[in-house]
Design a protein around this ligand. Structure first.
Ligand code: DHB
Ligand code: FE
Length: 288
């Protein structure tokens, strides 16, 4: 059977992708940020996932106001990096895992969650920046992402958005789905986006370190309690784009302790301000 080896949590700030793509990671502004991911890149090589189930949000790139799926699973064989208005990032295409994705769709929908099945989709910085941070990025000509990726897009852009609680329960259903897949795959589940940030309006640039620190503490120790936080508290405390954090509950809900197993091991924890307008948070939890 497939098993979930670990969950990974990370912000996806697009300017991080630009810094990587333009070779500016050693500049004084960026160096402390990338230092926080050095461990993660080494850990990724050791952990060597067969598949990454990557929870992210599309930023009006693949979807628009024409169509707003709350939860969308990418079942395609491959996904092209999107042109986000200034050209697609110079990163490899993302190879999917249609068989496992179809199995997860079948299992999770039968488990009472409504997913949109997406057989053709481009992927934006929400997905490619976490991959770059975790996997590094040698020249495009000789570089492939280390394994297939199942993109799982959550609507946190256009209201109404799903609750943290819904995401937490969905993560539990995703774990049941993965653990019932009849192939011995080592699977990662990643929750991306966040932490506190607001990109528009009078409070643009808002960062709340106290909120973020408490969120990381409780995501580790009391995810069920934390998942009950209402969406308006994210907006008030973490800024309008802080709502991206609900996606982290899908990854956290997939850890075995939620279903009576041992607590996950905190392998890495990192927090840094600022990256562009955003507080960057990052966790690696190993599942037991
Ligand atoms: C920024 C952060 C985001 O999450 C995003 O999607 C776009 C921009 C930023 O901090 O600039
Ligand atoms: Fe974002």
């Amino acid at each position: 059977m497939a098993r979930i080896a670990a969950s990974v949590y990370t912000s996806h700030v697009p300017a991080i992708g630009v810094a990587i793509d333009q070779g500016r990671t050693a500049e004084p502004y960026w160096q402390p940020l990338f230092k926080g991911y050095e461990f993660s890149r080494e850990w990724m090589k050791r952990s060597a996932p067969d598949v990454i189930f990557l929870v992210y949000n599309d930023h009006a790139t693949a979807f628009s106001l024409d169509m707003i799926p709350t939860f969308a699973i990418g079942t395609a064989a491959e996904f092209a990096p999107a042109d986000e208005g200034y050209g697609a990032r110079p990163v490899p295409k993302v190879i999917g895992h249609p068989e496992l994705a179809a199995h997860i769709a079948q299992s999770v929908i039968q488990d009472d969650f409504d997913l949109t099945i997406v057989n053709k989709m481009d992927v934006d910085h929400g997905l490619t920046v976490p991959l770059s941070l975790m996997c590094g990025q040698p020249p495009l000509s000789d570089f492939k992402w280390p394994c297939p990726v199942i993109p799982f897009a959550v609507n946190v852009v256009q209201y109404p958005v799903p609750s943290g609680r819904r995401c937490f329960m969905l993560g539990q259903a995703v774990r049941r789905a993965i653990e019932s897949y009849d192939e011995p795959l080592n699977v990662h589940i990643w929750g991306t986006g966040g932490m506190s940030h607001q990109l528009q309006g009078a409070r643009a640039g808002l960062i709340n370190k106290a909120f973020d620190t408490d969120f990381l503490d409780r995501l580790i120790a009391d995810p069920e309690g934390l998942s009950r936080m209402p969406h308006i508290d994210y907006v008030r405390e973490a800024g309008s784009e802080g709502i991206e954090l609900v996606m982290w509950f899908i990854a956290r809900g997939a850890m075995g302790d939620v279903d009576g197993g041992a607590a996950p091991t905190v392998r890495h924890r990192f927090y840094h301000v600022p990256a562009s307008n955003t507080a960057v948070g990052h966790l690696i939890l190993e599942n037991h």
